[in-house]
Design a protein around this ligand. Structure first.
Ligand SMILES: Cc1ncc(COP(=O)(O)O)c(C=O)c1O
Length: 410
């Protein structure tokens, strides 16, 4: 049974109305990875008022007003002790996915998690052994490489095929890797960096191969909520019973509502033995206590934030259109890929990259714009850059203007 949550309806009223996504906020003072970034290993060591940061994947928007109000009230209470998620917490998660993605995970399948990546690390530790192969499809979110290498597992890369400016599955190679003894597949659904929403047919084909070779599927659905095309988000475990049995679905409200600094996540595991085994690992790693603010933010966001996400999605869509408009006549050498989901646009700049000797550094030096270098995303990412459009349009426009001016001089 899916229980719609109404207990936050009082704060929901504060979320009503039109959100001003155009407003620019200064983010330097709170240790933002995106804006106070001079110590980050993946960022060029640059700093200064003039650098526009359009790289790491959080947004420059305030969270929904109802979330802010609830966090403020909790902050004012002043006692931030140990915190638990009660059964209602999981009903709120279930209700969100039922309403937004037509997937209502049974409540008993849901486990608490501090965030996505620590849960992925716990799954690898629990269900694979050192040296076991884990498949990823590159170019892909780079911490996947770290979590596999960091836990002593063997990285198996299935490169996505670039066809007509879209990524396509290389199923033959995927099967070859599965047959080579892979134990797990780390699926990014929708895919970061390109924002590709995997279709039912593609996921079914992947599931068939995984079923044949006994490969477990860890699905990272963190980018599922901001849907820019008419492709629905298909949750892997909703494909069939055998897909549910072999999969782990990792979800979080952190991208959707811009809550990465107050994290909280949920993992759905249909198979009872695996669920218990994973929970045992998480307990032994002291991962199950809730974050005082993260728990609350998730509940308020999922309970009341649907209209906010709808507005946000429309705004992001407009930002993506702006990128395409610029690329058409003012960004020579740059071809954007249209995302189905997320707030990230993957830009093909292969020739330019060669010409200027490194496109990321070029834009930092000549345009004062910081983008994410495609190389970070592994094989196939060379020559690409990732542009984060989860920002006020005036800021994006300024960044694109600067890039355009810099390119005019190449
Ligand atoms: C695909 C993907 N997975 C996971 C994460 C991070 O999740 P968490 O902070 O919950 O570990 C990100 C953040 O950019 C991401 O893009």
């Amino acid at each position: 049974m899916v229980c719609a949550d109404t207990s936050y309806s009082a704060v929901a009223d504060r979320s009503a109305g039109t959100v001003d996504f155009d407003r620019v906020y200064d983010r330097h003072q709170f240790g933002s990875v995106k804006w106070a970034n001079q110590w980050d290993e993946f960022s060029p060591r640059v700093e200064g008022e003039n650098l526009l940061s359009l790289w790491t994947a959080d947004m420059d928007f305030r969270a929904p007003e109802a979330v802010i109000a609830a966090l403020r009230e909790a902050a004012d209470h002043g006692i931030y002790g140990y915190t638990r998620r009660d059964p209602r917490h999981y009903e709120i998660v279930q209700s969100w996915f039922a309403r937004r993605h037509d997937w209502a995970p049974a409540l008993e399948t849901l486990l608490p998690a501090p965030a996505i990546m620590p849960s992925v690390a716990a799954m690898l530790r629990t269900f694979t052994k050192p040296g076991d192969g884990v498949i990823v499809q590159s170019p892909v979110y780079s911490p996947y490489f770290e979590v596999i290498h960091g836990s002593g597992r063997r990285l198996l890369v299935n490169r996505l095929r670039l066809q007509n400016n879209r990524y396509e599955l290389d199923l033959e190679n995927f099967e070859r890797l599965a047959a080579s003894g892979a134990k797990a597949f780390l699926l990014c659904n929708p895919h970061n960096p390109a924002g590709k929403a995997w279709t039912r047919e593609e996921l079914t084909a992947l599931n068939d191969v995984c079923e044949r070779y006994g490969v477990l599927v860890i699905s990272d659905d963190i980018h599922c909520d901001i849907r820019l095309s008419d492709r629905p988000h298909i949750v892997f475990s909703s494909l069939s019973e055998d897909a549910a049995e072999k999969s782990f679905i990792c979800t979080a409200p952190t991208k959707t509502f811009n809550l990465a600094g107050v994290p909280s996540a949920t993992v759905s595991v249909a198979n009872k033995e695996r669920r218990e085994a994973l929970l045992a690992t998480m307990r032994a790693s002291f991962m199950v206590n809730a974050n005082f603010f993260g728990r609350l933010a998730l509940e308020v966001a999922y309970s009341t934030g649907a209209p906010w996400v709808d507005q946000l999605t429309g705004y992001i869509d407009g930002n993506v259109d702006l990128v395409f408009k610029f690329a058409e006549d003012r960004l020579p050498g740059i071809t954007p890929m249209r995302p189905d989901a997320s707030f990230l646009v993957w830009l093909d700049a292969c020739e330019l990259d060669r010409k200027v000797g490194g496109i990321q550094q070029f834009f930092v030096d000549r345009a004062g714009v910081n983008l994410y270098d495609g190389r970070v995303y592994g094989p196939g990412g060379e020559g690409f850059i990732r542009l984060n459009v989860g920002c006020p349009r005036p800021m994006l426009r300024k960044g694109l203007e600067r890039m355009s001016k810099a390119l005019a001089l190449v």
